[in-house]
Ligand binder design. Sequence first.
Ligand SMILES: [Zn+2]
Length: 257
Amino acid sequence: MESAGATLLYQQSVRLRKLRYIPYIGDGDSKAYTAICEAQPYGLAVFIPKEECIAHVTKRMGTGLRKLLADYKGKMLSGGKGLGGTRRLTHNRMDTIQNVYGRAIRDNKGNAKEMAKATHAILKHYSSTLEEPKHNDCPSGPTSWCSFQRDRANGTNCHKPIKNPLPDAVVEVLQPLFNRLGDETFLVGCENCYTQNRNECLHHVIWGMAAKEMFSSPREISLAISTRASAPPTQIFSLLLALRYNQKCLKLGKILI
Ligand SMILES: [Zn+2]
């Protein structure tokens, strides 16, 4: 359904908006992009390049880590311990890794090679021990997220060894995920650091007025979209209440719109 909708938007863009939607900014689901390319909405001669939404790519790191944790639940790694738990892959550590991965992309806008290097540095950083520090690939400079590199740039001595560094057995499980999301070829699609944030914000408000979880008539959806585009916030709130009341009535079999 999403593919059909996206294709229709592309097919109408020149006629209705007098513009071409180039590049295509994807959210990781390649079906819509494939469908658009097959439809050739701008003719054979116009190639539609694909870029990745970096917010979705960043989320993919968190999702990948959580999936690994679920997949390895109850399984023992070499050393006789599991993937998760104290001093292993914790929820806090996963959140931190996801955030730092997002920074690795944003801080290296326009340079996929550096993005890849910064991504692989994350795993090395969090597996560093006092005996074996691995901070050489961490981003340098006084604003680096790595305190070792900040010390080096500022001439300070604030760095403390990583608390609960990831053991080798955990690193071994995480490495394929980092290889995939830290692959330079993949990160080329993130070089421009595009996001779908504006669309997501708009959708959030529209679905707030015409909830996806319950039936909304085409008129309700159309009203929600046009109201969001033109009405001041106070009117939006009143209309939001009215629409929700209507949706309740619809459930009871009364049609007010
Ligand atoms: Zn480091």
